[in-house]
Design a protein around this ligand. Structure first.
Ligand code: NAD
Length: 353
């Protein structure tokens, strides 16, 4: 069996961590009796430099015809002065998400006990209980709502949710909560925003379809605080695009580093897998980026796109063992520990499969 994967490494640390992701995928595939057929394509700043477009048509065509899309990260200061729709993040990343209909972004965050010293929370010697899945709506809300305009005097974005958009993401939330502790916290700003009022009402209307799920609601400002005060109260958070963007980065900090946080973006056909962090231009080119988010995103791809649960499980275990055995990049370094390179982490995971 061979799986077709569109490999979009992107910018800055993207290609560095992608190399390690592919290393681990190849290692697990060869011992599980399947293989991958990778086709590389350009996205983001690299694509702008080569073709003038952040998402060339060839890249999108490749994504559509592949079994899955494996993405690094895009963006950087070189392209920050372009108009929004020509920028790597808007014209590249948001566009590929929208074009593939990737409405559900799953961001699991887990604090490994060995990395407790990297967590900014100190629960008096006890490791904070951080094991949260954020289910973020990905192709609606203020990032995509129309109209949007920008003049010298005014910037306008439109926050809009339609019932069918809310229902389909809540459905993912209810279903995943069933396999992760049973508590679903729907986060909104329904005391102020009309789009959130619709969101909350829709969630309440669906409650009866999932009697086994403990559904609660929380305002986003309180959720930001509760994540710090008591992260153990959350199993699954389901929320909109803007709130999910912010809360999932906040919960990433609880896991020690953005470099630990994988993601899966699911749509009606082909899915996309990428680290939750950005292209980290501040550390690019030094061989010090943490590749674990990329590697874990590969494991999510095996699960969600190819049903290779055993191989995915082996990657999760190998990552855990790599951490237990003390391999660390600089972003997850504890007191007295020594950092190893991006490639050394990839090697360590591959050896421990
Ligand atoms: P960032 O996520 O790139 O970096 C934030 C901080 O986290 C930096 O200090 C960085 O060094 C660190 N970090 C991130 N990933 C890391 C890793 N794997 N290993 C070690 N440290 C890591 O966010 P930013 O600096 O705000 O943005 C940089 C660029 O990335 C911008 O152009 C931004 O628009 C873009 N961006 C892209 C994506 C994406 O491709 N999905 C997401 C967010 C930001």
């Amino acid at each position: 069996m061979s799986y077709d994967i569109a490999v979009l490494s992107g910018d800055h640390i993207g290609p560095e961590v992608m190399k390690e992701g592919l290393k681990v995928l190849d290692a697990v595939a060869s011992s599980e009796g399947f293989s991958f057929n990778y086709t590389e394509a350009l996205i983001g700043g690299a694509a702008i430099d080569a073709t003038g477009s952040p998402l060339p048509k060839d890249t999108l065509d490749l994504c559509r015809s592949s079994g899955a899309v494996y993405l690094g990260s895009v963006g950087g200061p070189e392209w920050d002065n372009l108009p929004p729709e020509k920028r790597p993040e808007v014209g590249g990343l948001l566009e590929v998400r929208k074009s593939l209909g990737l409405f559900a972004n799953l961001r699991p965050v887990k604090l490994y006990p060995e990395l407790a010293s990297c967590c900014p929370l100190d629960f008096k010697g006890k490791t904070p209980d951080v094991d949260i899945l954020t289910v973020r709506e990905l192709i609606g809300c203020v990032y995509f709502g129309e109209p949007k305009t920008l003049t010298e005097e005014e910037g306008l974005d439109t926050m809009i949710y339609r019932r069918h958009e809310v229902e389909r993401i809540l459905k993912v939330g209810f279903k995943t909560a069933g396999s992760r502790g049973g508590r679903l916290c729907s986060v909104d700003k329904a005391n102020v925003l009309r789009s959130s009022m619709l969101w909350r009402k829709t969630a309440e209307n669906m409650r009866g379809d999932y009697p086994e799920i403990d559904l609660s609601h929380m305002y986003v400002d309180n959720a930001a605080m509760q994540l710090i005060l008591n992260p153990g109260q959350f199993d699954v958070i389901v929320t909109g695009n803007l709130f999910g963007d912010i809360l999932s980065d906040e919960s990433a900090a609880l896991a020690g580093s953005l470099g630990m946080l994988p993601s899966a973006s699911l749509g009606p056909s082909v899915h996309l897998f990428e680290p939750s962090g950005g292209s980290a231009p501040d550390i690019a080119g030094k061989g010090i980026a943490n590749p674990l988010a990329q590697i874990l995103s590969g494991a999510m791809m095996l699960e969600h796109s190819f049903g290779e649960f055993k191989a995915a499980g082996r990657i999760y275990k190998a990552v855990e063992k790599t951490i237990v055995d003390g391999f660390r990049t600089g972003d997850i370094l504890g007191p007295g520990e020594e950092a190893v390179s991006t490639a050394a982490i990839g090697d360590a995971v591959a050896e421990r499969l």
